[in-house]
Design a binder for this molecule. Structure first.
Ligand code: UD1
Ligand code: CA
Length: 459
C-alpha cells in the first residue's frame, strides 16, 4: 500500500520570538523544514502535502515544486492543520505519515522503521515516541495496565500524575489515511489551549476499539522539537556531531570536532585535515589531502586536492589542486585560482581568474583581473579597478613580473613576459617582453637638508 506524507509548517513559532517563521530557522545550513522534508523522502511518499500558513509564501519558496501545499489561514491547532490536507488525500488507500516541521533531527531510517512497524502490526495509528529525561512541554503517552497506548495528553492538560510520564510524543505518526480524516471530524477545542489537537485522534481510535501503537526511538535526541532558540542550539549541536562523525568515518581528521562547523551539504575528501574553528558553509567541496587551519571560513566554494588554506576566508570561488592561501587572505566571490597558485598574507582577490603557478605573496589587491600563469605580484600591488562609478578589467599575460607597489589602473593590459618597475602607476597597456616604468625620476638635492630644523647642525 502507498505511503503519503503531511508536513505541518503553518505555525508562527511564537516562542522563537522571530520575524521568520519557525520552520525556516536553519540547522547546519538548511532550514528545519528541509531537514524534515529530506527525512520524509526515505519512505518514498506517493504524495507529500505541506501545510503552510504564517508567512506562507516565504515558506513555500523553501520547498518549491517538491511538494504540494495547502493553506491553513488561521492556525487553530495541529488537528486543524491536518484537516487542511483532506481535499488532497482523504479518499486514498494507504498510510499517511504526519510530521511536524520543527523536528529536524528525526532521521529517514527512523521514519522507515515507523512505517514498517505500523504496517506489520496492522495498526490504525502508530505514534513515534521516545523516553525523555526532561519531558516538560511534550505530549505524554498514556498507557493502560496492559501497556497499551490509550491517549496522548498535552503538557498543559496533564494531571500531576500524567506529568510524571517520561514517554513523549515526538509529533510524528503514521495513520491509516482514510481513518485519519474520519477521526478528525470528531475532535474539538475543549482543552487548555482551545486548539484542535491532532493528538486527540489517538484517544478517539482507542475508544472505538481500534488498534493503536507506539514505536519508540532509541535515541531521544532525534525527537527534539524546536520551540525556542535554546532548543535550536541543541539541534545545531546534535546535527554538528552527526555531520562531523560522518566525515571522520570517511577519513577526515578533525583536531577538535566540537569546535568545527560544517553545513550538511559540504563534501570533504579523505585525508583532509581540519583544525579547530573552521567553518564550511553551503555547497562547499574540499578535495583530498587538503589542510584547513584554524579560523578558516569557506562558503560555497571548491578547494582542490592538496591545497593548504591557512586562517583565511574564501567565498563563492573555485580553487584547483595544490593552491596555498593565507594566512589572513580573502578570496572574494567569482574568483578562480588554477593549480599551484599562491596567495599570501593580507592579499585580497575578487572576481578574478588567476592562472597556474602565479604568486601574490603579500599585501595585494587583485580585482576584476584576468591573470596568466607564472605571474609574480610584488608586495603592495593594487589593481585599480574602480573609478567610483564603474569597474574595469586588468588583463595580465603569462610570466609577467609586477614590481612591488605597482598600481595597475584599469582598463589596462600587460603583455606576456613583461615587467613593471617597482612603484609604477601603469595607465597604458604594456607590450609583451617590455618593461614599463611609470614613476617620476628621483632627484637628489645635495646639502639641502642642512638648513632644516631636524638636522644636528641646527640644534
Ligand atoms: C506538538 C504535540 C505534542 C508533541 C510535540 C512534539 C499537539 C497538540 N501536540 O506540540 O504532543 O509532544 O508537538 O514536538 O499536536 N502547526 C500548524 N498549524 C497549527 C499549529 C501547529 O501547522 O495550527 C505546526 C507548527 O508549525 C509546528 C507543528 O505543527 O511545525 C507542531 O506545532 P507546535 O505548536 O510546535 O506543537 P507543540 O506544542 O510542540
Ligand atoms: Ca513543537
Amino acid at each position: 500500500m502507498s505511503n503519503y506524507a503531511i508536513i505541518l509548517a503553518a505555525g508562527k513559532g511564537t516562542r522563537m520570538k522571530s520575524d521568520l517563521p519557525k520552520v525556516m530557522h536553519k540547522v547546519a545550513g538548511i532550514t528545519m523544514l528541509e531537514h524534515v522534508f529530506r527525512s520524509v523522502q526515505a519512505i518514498s511518499p506517493k504524495k507529500t502535502v505541506t501545510v503552510i500558513g504564517h508567512k506562507a509564501e516565504l515558506v513555500r519558496q523553501v520547498l518549491g515544486d517538491a511538494t504540494s501545499f495547502v493553506l491553513q489561514e488561521e492556525q487553530l491547532g495541529t488537528g486543524h492543520a491536518v484537516m487542511m490536507a483532506e481535499k488532497d488525500l482523504a479518499n486514498l488507500d494507504g498510510q499517511t505519515l504526519v510530521i511536524a516541521g520543527d523536528t529536524p533531527l528525526i532521521t529517514g531510517e527512523s521514519l522507515k522503521s515507523l512505517i514498517d512497524y505500523h504496517v506489520n502490526h496492522k495498526n490504525i495509528a502508530t505514534i513515534l515516541t521516545a523516553d525523555a529525561k526532561n519531558p516538560f512541554g511534550y505530549g505524554r503517552i498514556i498507557r493502560n495496565s496492559d501497556e497499551e497506548v490509550t491517549k496522548i495528553v498535552e503538557e498543559k492538560d496533564a494531571t500531576d500524575f500524567e506529568k510524571q510520564v517520561t514517554e513523549i510524543n515526538t509529533g510524528t505518526y503514521v495513520f491509516d489515511n482514510k481513518r485519519l480524516f474520519e477521526a478528525l471530524k470528531n475532535i474539538n477545542t475543549n482543552n487548555a489551549q482551545g486548539e484542535y489537537y491532532l493528538t486527540d485522534v489517538i484517544g478517539i481510535f482507542k475508544a472505538a476499539g481500534e488498534k493503536v501503537g507506539a514505536y519508540k526511538l532509541r535515541d531521544f535526541n532525534e525527537s527534539l522539537g524546536v520551540n525556542d532558540r535554546a532548543a535550536l542550539s541543541v539541534a545545531e549541536e546534535v546535527m554538528r556531531e552527526r555531520i562531523n562523525r560522518k566525515h571522520m568515518l570517511n577519513g577526515v581528521t578533525f583536531t577538535n570536532p566540537k569546535a568545527t562547523y560544517i553545513d550538511i551539504d559540504v563534501e570533504i575528501g579523505a585525508d583532509a585535515l581540519i583544525e579547530a574553528n573552521v567553518t564550511l558553509k553551503g555547497h562547499t567541496k574540499i578535495g583530498e589531502e587538503v589542510t584547513l587551519t584554524n579560523g578558516t571560513a569557506i562558503i560555497d566554494s571548491t578547494v582542490g586536492a592538496k591545497s593548504v588554506i591557512t586562517s583565511s576566508t574564501i567565498e563563492h570561488s573555485t580553487l584547483a589542486d595544490s593552491v596555498t592561501v593565507g594566512p589572513y587572505a580573502h578570496i572574494r566571490p567569482d574568483s578562480t585560482l588554477e593549480a599551484d597558485v599562491h596567495i599570501g598574507n593580507f592579499v585580497e582577490v575578487k572576481g578574478s581568474y588567476i592562472g597556474a603557478d602565479t604568486k601574490a605573496g603579500h599585501l595585494t589587491y587583485i580585482g576584476n583581473a584576468q591573470v596568466g600563469s607564472k605571474v609574480n605580484f610584488g608586495a603592495g600591488t593594487i589593481t585599480v579597478n574602480y573609478d567610483g562609478k564603474s569597474k574595469y578589467k586588468t588583463v595580465i599575460g603569462d610570466n609577467v613580473f609586477v614590481g612591488s607597489n605597482s598600481t595597475l589602473i584599469a582598463p589596462v593590459k600587460i603583455g606576456d613576459n613583461a615587467l613593471t618597475a617597482a612603484g609604477s602607476s601603469i595607465v597604458e597597456d604594456v607590450p609583451a617582453d617590455s618593461i614599463a616604468i611609470g614613476r617620476a625620476r628621483q632627484v637628489n638635492k645635495e646639502g639641502y637638508a642642512k638648513n632644516k630644523p631636524h638636522h644636528p647642525s641646527q640644534k
